[in-house]
Design a protein around this ligand. Structure first.
Ligand SMILES: Cc1ncc(COP(=O)(O)O)c(C=O)c1O
Length: 445
């Protein structure tokens, strides 16, 4: 039973260097009894989709903290925010520029909205096997080729914490009359301390989507969509949020998000000063085993020979659960809710294990050609065939590794020899690919 599993977890002394950002730290708890707070829309509790009372206040706090014109809470995380934000900024048939390291929810939005994606490939970090920043040169060159583009969608920070030059992107995009939507799912804490980059909200983006639960002390599924300019219609954004979200939002989640935003409004400086002190001391102590900061100092990237082996040792020998393990790195996530004891435990572990970076470079996924728009392919009948049989065929669903959920092959793209070999090599390295059933991929018939 799930409840037993969850309760058992509370009795085991495993330190969470992963989401959600409250780190199950009782100092950030909010519900004496979940049942007592699980209500519905009443005159006292307001309405997520038509906020005029206490939830309107919460959303005003979210906008005030980030510096946006208007903010909406989501109970479907950034996923709901991205679906709604992209729907609000596009019309069917529009050309949309999209960074290739987008989250799969962006890929779903492209198919649902019937738009034509033009892919922009960010820099590649071959040592870690992850995408880096998207260069402004790539954006300006692509805009020259596609002056009709209506929207640029990019991920900043990335799952690993790398940020792109949002201000320059915003200038480039606005110069041709397009809008900029930034997936800032991992950057809800940006701007709250000089240790962290500024939020895209204050750097010229038009829509910014954040997950509160990833890096702030707020329950899983809570997010915020910020409208930062008049290029985006407020009514359309609110409408699309109602389309993509439940009509029965959980008041437990809303209460947790409200608590988080009120806490930050009242005690942001103190909380972030303490976090900054702990994080800086930790980074200094274990510097030889961490990648240098490349954007978000809160993301701890530990290079190693084998991510799964290192995360297993951290779990088994040191009772530390990390956020994810890649082929050549382990990612640990931190937040204001981390304790001195937690940082000390991870520092002790790294000092004992002394992981060493792999010398082997990891190749980027070879970009597949686009044969159809995602909406066309997602609509067609499909069959499932093995990866080798699928070479030369058009994918009907995306294939991705989770985490981080970045699609390697999207609906409408043709599986090439090179990409099939890349996917098989990932599987041989123990990377779990999603989007396959019985190890077969969905291709258009
Ligand atoms: C870059 C990025 N964007 C969006 C999302 C979706 O966020 P959520 O889980 O809050 O729906 C994720 C989730 O991991 C992500 O990594």
């Amino acid at each position: 039973m799930l409840e037993d599993k969850l309760k058992e977890l509370t009795t085991r002394d495993i330190y969470p260097f992963h989401m959600p950002g409250h780190k199950r730290n009782p100092a950030f708890a909010f519900a004496p009894s979940p049942v007592a707070l699980d209500v519905t829309e009443t005159p006292d509790t307001d309405d997520l989709h038509h906020p005029t009372g206490v939830l309107a206040e919460t959303m005003a706090l979210a906008a005030g903290l980030a510096g946006s014109r208007q903010a909406w809470l989501t109970v479907g995380g950034s996923t709901a925010g991205l679906l709604a934000g992209i729907a609000a900024c596009t019309h069917r048939g529009d050309t949309v520029l999209v960074a290739r390291n987008c989250h799969r929810s962006v890929a779903h939005a492209l198919a649902l909205c019937g738009v034509r994606p033009v892919w922009l490939v960010p820099e590649w970090n071959a040592a870690l096997g992850v995408y880096g920043r998207l260069s402004v040169e790539t954006v300006t060159a692509t805009l020259r080729e596609h002056p009709d583009a209506k929207l640029l969608i990019l991920t900043s920070p990335t799952y690993e914490g790398v940020v792109s030059d949002i201000a320059a992107m915003a200038d480039a995009v606005h110069a041709v009359g397009a809008t900029l939507l930034v997936d800032e799912a991992h950057g809800a804490h940006f701007g709250f301390s000089p240790l962290f980059p500024r939020s895209a909200v204050t750097l010229g983006a038009d829509v910014v989507v954040q997950s509160l639960h990833k890096t702030l002390p707020s329950p899983t599924q809570t997010g915020v969509v910020h409208r930062c300019s008049d290029r985006v219609d407020a009514e359309q954004l609110a409408y699309q949020l109602a389309v993509y979200q439940t009509s029965s939002p959980s008041y437990l989640l809303l209460c947790g998000a409200d608590r988080c935003l009120r806490l930050l409004t009242a005690r942001r400086e103190t909380l972030f000063a303490a976090y900054e002190r702990r994080l800086t001391a930790f980074r200094e102590r274990v510097k030889p085993w961490l990648c240098p900061i490349d954007g978000d100092a809160g993301k701890l990237l530990i290079p190693c020979e084998n991510g799964d082996a290192l995360s297993a040792r951290l779990r088994q020998e040191f009772r530390i659960e990390t956020e994810m393990s890649g082929q050549h790195h382990v990612l640990a996530m931190t937040s204001v809710a981390d304790t001195d004891e937690g940082f000390d435990r991870l520092a002790n572990a790294l000092e004992r294990l002394r992981p060493t970076a792999s010398a082997k470079a990891l190749p980027p996924p070879p970009p597949p050609p686009q044969a159809m728009w995602p909406c066309e392919a997602a609509d067609k009948p499909y069959e499932r065939v093995s990866l080798t049989e699928a070479i030369g065929r058009v994918a009907a669903r995306e294939v991705y590794a989770y985490p981080p959920g970045i699609p390697l092959l999207l609906a409408g793209e043709t599986l090439t020899d090179a990409l099939a070999a890349h996917l098989l090599a990932l599987q041989a390295e123990g990377v779990e690919l999603h989007g396959l059933t019985d190890n077969k991929i969905a291709v258009v018939t």
